[in-house]
Design a protein around this ligand. Sequence first.
Ligand code: PLP
Length: 395
Amino acid sequence: MTNLLPDLDPPARLLLGPGPSNVHPRVTRALSAPVVGYLDPAWFTVMDETAALLRQVYGTENRVTFPISGTGTSGMEALLVNLIEPGDKVIVGLNGYFGDRIHQIALRAGADVIPVRALWGQPIDPERVRIALKEHPGVALVAVVHGETSTGVLQPLERLGRIVREHDALLLADCVTTLGGEAVTVDAWLVDAAYSCTQKALGCPPGLSPITVGPRAWAKIERRKTPPQSWYLDLRLLAEYWLGGRAYHHTPPAPMIYALREGLRIVLEEGLQQRSTRHRTNAAALRAGLATFGLPFVAAEDCWLPALTAVQIPDTVDDAAIRTTLRDRYNIEIGGGLGPLRGKAWRIGLMGYGSTAANVLLVLAALEAALAEAGYPIQPGAAVEAAARRLGAPA
Ligand SMILES: *Cc1c(COP(=O)(O)O)cnc(C)c1O
């Protein structure tokens, strides 16, 4: 008995980075509900309820709507390997780290990828997509990131949806950082397929990737000449379990699905519109506070993603030292930069349960203290005051 480890005791941090975000206490409670067998009728009820809640949160009537076992990237991979057949022409929006990940997976799935680029910090211009669709007749799929977490850019989908539909292609949207924070409406925006994750604006732990597939995208999957390379992520097999004859495919992670069901219930109790307003209000206050530090934002002003704000790090300040101070002294996690923004930007997330007025003031106060200690010139109290004023102003 001498080698027994102490009790597991990870610190309860304030998670204000790009995800995971803090888990809602009701979701934590749901995780402890008893595990039941995957063919138990009581379990089928939970599955059906979770899929129905998911359709509401996605703003869709798509029958094929359920969570994939795995993090956000598993949904990305599932949709890409099922929707792409080798040789398919696929347009990928490249304006950040996650667009690049879509690109890599699409290439591995055998796509003939046509990149449409924008600067990191800008959305993809739908007119550039229209031109690419005209220049490359027969494009099967257009894939873009709705909320680009590497830059804090929100990609408008409505006009893009109409353009893609006019050219008879399919639109795939990465809603990993937007679902549960934005009022996503897959059907109204003509999005043919989308995926998300549980650990960002839905306020659940990491481990599931909720997906939705519309009828046009499903028809393409059913027309496939060869099954997708991945057996685990084969959507036709998964749909057999979730929506069809309940044929065993793999053991569903029941506690995570309980957690997702509770997270979705909380989203709908608050209301999609109210939730979106809360994310916007708190993000606007954060930005008002950050602006007093004189740090430029990465995302252009007209395409801010409320769930995530990226700001440039001053040249005179050490990225890692500030984030270490925030973590070790103030127990707050914020994110560093990815790809070309590594060491050059901080990413502050206000997602789901973590998007609160109190958290805005706390992270600004902690950042001010850390910056001042690092010798960066600060107007004491200005950031918190600007944010508080913004929070008190009429919406
Ligand atoms: C976090 C994230 C992913 C990947 O999700 P994981 O859960 O880390 O696999 C994909 N796309 C975007 C936009 C993300 O923010």
